[in-house]
Design a protein around this ligand. Structure first.
Ligand code: BG6
Length: 518
């Protein structure tokens, strides 16, 4: 085991991307949350903002303004928020810290379709700005259904609220889904940019807030030993798995229109893939990193339908078990259409056709109601050129691999061969690993802290850019088109609580490979 050592004074959420960054608080600002009575705000945003404030990264010159449809005054919102923090805080809540944060919560209620609501919001923002000295900076967070992203932004623009100035910024955060196909994504980008500049739009992806994901850049570019072998000469293939134990958790209505390709692969998984496959950026500035990531997505050639029949697998779960506990079939979940053809599992072979990766398949898979929660990236290296140790059993042993465990465990592990002590030459697979646990106790976080902080300092590195969103849709469009035109014949084809459909194993077995599972 290699032990990690944390430099004294290094905050766990800041040293990402390898960029030494002064630990300064974010800019003074007002955070305006649309959809503030929803799940996301309660579970993630309020706890994350509270954590940031407790860490001193959200300055005293700041406040949160909830914009909600239902009648709600400041006090009522504070009561709701106190209840939410009681349930979803990531650690013990210090009463004085909460009192400080609670007093920063405000609410404006009104119909989001009416100009009057935005006028009232503008008045409230002006008052809070003069009381708190937030320097005119405002972050608008759209924690709303995607249908209202564009109308809200248009109304904000009409009310003059998105106008940035020389010394004040205005930024808008949008949550996925960024469209449901290429056309709607292009339309959404166009609508947002009718009011906003691209550098004002922060398309958030909570996977990029995960520690191990942020560490990928550090791992690749702050260490000299991996980059020289990070290419088709040494790497056989790459696997990216995002397996969930959970089902659709009361989101059947949304999920049944989405499916796993739209929900996970087009966004989270392609972001992981881009981080693994990108060229070293010239700097760690946001645009340089994003330029390299989008090149990867452009290098994935969309496959013709006849090829997809062999390289794309879909599945849907039927009833099953987690231990003794019976699990319902997907089609029995609330708000899922009977006879639904929505895929809850997908596995794809993706080919990145550039100089570095030609001939190296990237196998990606994700699904709900699988045996265990496990997000991991596997870099499988090639076999050594000569099997000198065949008699010692090497021919049967897997070649080296690097596993990047994202969750629930957070670790890096290299699997190698070692000689078993003794007079005969006998080999065994051993692992050299580093686990985040080796850093010692790290403050629990929601995963949104880093991303929200980056919004308040204007760092777009960990956010999707319009061209990335569109490039990713271009890759999955043929898959969605094919599946849309060819109804699945075997759904449900895996039982809840299992490893997914057998066809996913066949997908890699056809290429002489197998999935690496915990
Ligand atoms: C969300 C998806 O983006 O990510 C959910 O909409 C999914 O369906 C979730 O469950 C998974 O996130 P995490 O952080 O729990 O892996």
């Amino acid at each position: 085991m290699i032990q990690g050592r944390v430099e004294p004074g290094v905050s766990p959420i800041l040293p990402a991307n390898g960029a030494p960054r002064p630990e300064r608080p974010g800019d003074p600002c007002l955070l305006v949350v649309f959809g503030a009575t929803g799940d996301l705000t309660k579970r993630k945003l309020l706890p994350a903002l509270f954590n940031l404030r407790s860490m001193g990264l959200l300055p005293a010159e700041s406040a949160v303004v909830a914009v909600v449809r239902k009648p709600l005054d400041d006090e009522a919102f504070r009561v709701e928020a106190t209840e939410a923090i009681g349930r979803f805080a990531t650690g013990p809540v210090d009463p004085a810290a909460w009192a400080d944060f609670r007093a920063r919560l405000h609410a404006v209620s009104g119909d989001l379709g009416l100009a009057a609501t935005y006028r009232e919001l503008a008045d409230r923002l002006a008052i809070l700005d003069s009381q708190l000295g937030t320097r005119g900076n405002v972050l608008f967070y759209l924690a709303t259904p995607p249908e209202v992203f564009a109308p809200i932004v248009a109304r904000l623009g009409e009310a003059g609220l998105t106008r940035a100035g020389e010394d004040r910024w205005r930024r808008v955060v949008v949550e996925k889904p960024f469209g449901r196909d290429l056309e709607s994504a292009v339309a959404l980008n166009r609508d947002l940019r009718a009011t906003l500049r691209e550098d004002q739009i922060f398309r958030i992806d909570h996977y990029l807030g995960k520690e191990t994901v942020q560490n990928l850049l550090v791992f690749r570019f702050a260490n000299g030993i991996f980059e020289p072998i990070w290419n088709r000469r040494y790497i056989d293939h790459v696997q990216i798995t995002v397996a969930e134990e959970l089902g659709v958790e009361g989101r059947g209505g949304y999920y049944d229109r989405a499916g796993v390709v739209r929900d996970m692969i087009q966004n989270h998984i392609f972001q992981l893939l881009a981080l693994v496959a990108m060229e070293p950026p010239s700097t760690l500035a946001g645009e340089a990193v994003r330029d390299e990531k989008v090149k990867v997505l452009h290098a994935i050639r969309p496959s013709p339908p006849e090829r997809l029949l062999a390289t794309a697998v879909r599945g849907q779960y039927g009833a099953g078990f987690a231990g003794d506990h019976a699990l319902p079939a997907y089609q029995a979940e609330p708000n899922v259409a009977p006879g639904s053809r929505t895929e809850t599992f997908a596995a794809l072979r993706v080919d990145v056709e550039n100089w570095r990766w030609a001939g190296v398949p990237f196998y990606v898979r994700s699904g709900k109601r699988l045996r265990r929660r496990d997000t991991r990236i596997v870099i499988q290296f090639r076999r050594p050129p000569l099997l000198l140790f065949r008699d010692a059993g090497l021919a049967d042993v897997e070649p080296n691999r690097l596993e990047i465990l994202v969750q629930p465990e957070e670790a890096f592990a290299v699997t190698m061969k070692a000689k078993i002590p003794g007079p005969a030459i006998r080999l065994q697979e051993v692992t050299m690993s580093f686990s985040y646990r080796d850093f010692g106790p790290i403050a629990q976080a929601t995963g949104y802290e880093r991303l929200l902080y980056d919004c308040t300092v204007g760092d777009p590195t960990l956010f999707h850019r319009a061209d990335m969103v569109e490039a990713a849709w271009r890759v999955v469009a043929p898959v969605l088109d094919l599946w849309g035109s060819l109804p699945p014949r075997d759904f449900p084809n895996y039982a809840a609580g299992t490893a997914g459909p057998a066809a996913a194993d066949e997908l890699v077995a056809r290429d002489g490979r197998r999935w690496i599972d915990p």
